[in-house]
Ligand binder design. Structure first.
Ligand SMILES: Nc1ncnc2c1ncn2[C@@H]1O[C@H](COP(=O)(O)OP(=O)(O)O)[C@@H](O)[C@H]1O
Ligand SMILES: [Mg+2]
Length: 405
């Protein structure tokens, strides 16, 4: 089977998906906008071909270079597991007449207004929302919804340009900062805990599902630099107290008629137990969450994804063993990382609960913690017991410190 794989080199997880598909018997042809020799080795070694198409990930880009580049080669599947390429995958399926979700079917995953309209039309609970294309409309919408209110772009990712506003004055500041955004979603603020619901599906049938818990909520994690944000893959996504979110998740997939591949949904649980839809993407969760789900059950979802995509089966023997957390670290200070403290203590105290660690080395320049959730590095810990896991993850948060100057 010939698989066209968009963005095989980035983000970090992509080469492993390429490898999974190849190992499962596919001929994988990569499409990217950079030179082939800059791809990570794992991607290069597992690709049967590569088409370089500069600018291909821009909205409305010319598909000609890819279509012509393929020549006589027929394509059986188009796969993209990276948000900026999801709609492109749909356009390419349409252009190449390849089975799977086309552009129209994928639009609700990229346009948050269409997304919420469809979810709400199925009778599922969404935040009240209004789309505004002018500043006046946005002001009016905030007055109607009351405070606090959320302002965000239509096709956001990673909490960029998402603002909580508690007053009219804060709305004005947010609108000024969003000056470059054409359309703004104005939303009722939902107070509560925030979770994910992630699946691998085949032809509308969920074959695998997972729930992660964000500590704290992404908007807070993105606003307060000293926090070491955690994503916790919960050992038992079928626990009774998560039932509302799980049912919501499966219902959303039905409402949007999701077909095949990874999905990543976010949802809220209010203190009164009500669950509310947040958003959904037609791709896996980012920031090493696929690795996190793998560590939680000692499985390989890169292979599981490939199997589902290529044959519609999922033969992983799933034994949910651990709660697993990835903790993202941000150095104190600006500039170059000068010192990392607490690594040895961490190893001693956590023992085999410490699964993996990838910190920027001393001498490296700090990453932009606002632009990338991975920040200056991450640590993964796991424990069968949730309290044990939270203690371990919090220990990484407080006792491992990086210093820059
Ligand atoms: N209606 C809302 N109520 C409360 N918090 C929200 C709301 N919308 C967004 N947020 C906060 O902002 C974060 C980013 O918003 P989200 O819709 O997930 O966009 P993104 O695509 O940037 O991830 C969420 O994870 C949540 O913490
Ligand atoms: Mg989000």
């Amino acid at each position: 089977m010939n698989v066209l794989f968009l963005a095989p080199g980035y983000p970090a997880e992509m080469p492993w998906f390429v490898r999974g598909l190849r190992t499962r018997g596919a001929r994988v042809i990569g499409v990217g906008d950079g030179p082939e020799n800059e791809l990570p080795a794992i991607a290069r070694e597992n690709l049967a071909g590569y088409l370089r198409a500069p600018g291909i990930f821009a909205d409305g880009s010319d598909l000609g270079p890819v279509v012509r580049g393929l020549g006589e080669t027929t394509i059986d599947r188009v796969v993209c597991n990276w948000e900026p390429g999801v709609l492109l995958a749909g356009r390419l399926r349409d252009a190449l007449k390849v089975h799977g979700m086309g552009y129209q079917a994928l639009l609700p995953y990229r346009d948050k207004d269409i997304m919420k309209q469809k979810v709400a039309a199925a009778g599922l609970r969404c935040p009240k929302h209004v789309m505004a294309t002018t500043v006046a409309q946005a002001r009016e919408a905030t007055r109607d919804l009351g405070y606090p209110v959320i302002l965000k772009p239509l096709a956001g990712a990673g909490s960029m340009d998402t603002f909580r506003c508690d007053s009219a004055a804060e709305v004005e500041v947010a609108l000024k900062r969003m000056g470059h955004v054409d359309a703004v979603n104005v939303e009722e603020f939902i107070d509560g805990e925030e979770f994910t619901f992630d699946t691998i599906c085949h032809e509308g049938r969920p074959l695998f599902h997972n729930i992660c818990w964000y500590r704290p909520r992404p908007l807070i994690a993105r606003s307060v630099e000293w926090i070491s944000p955690q994503t916790v893959a919960l050992r038992d996504p079928d626990a009774p107290h998560l039932r509302g979110g799980r049912d919501l998740g499966f219902a959303v997939l039905k409402a949007l008629d999701f077909r095949t591949g990874f999905t990543h949904m976010e949802w809220y649980m209010k203190s009164d137990g009500e669950v509310v839809f947040g958003e959904i993407a037609a791709r896996p969760p980012g920031a090493h969450t696929v690795d996190l789900m793998n560590w939680a059950s000692d499985i390989d979802l890169y292979m599981g994804f490939a199997e589902a995509e290529l044959t519609g089966t999922f033969s992983i023997d799933l034994v949910r063993k651990y709660n697993a957390a990835i903790v993202f670290k941000r150095a104190q200070g600006k500039g170059i990382i000068r010192r990392v403290e607490g690594v040895e203590r961490l190893r001693e105290r956590l023992g085999d609960r410490l699964v993996a660690m990838e910190l920027l080395p001393v001498g490296a320049h700090r990453r932009d913690w606002v632009q990338t959730l991975v920040s200056d590095g991450w640590v993964c810990v796991r424990d069968p017991d949730l309290q044990g896991l939270m203690d371990a993850a919090d220990f990484v948060g407080t006792d491992l410190q990086m210093y820059a100057s």
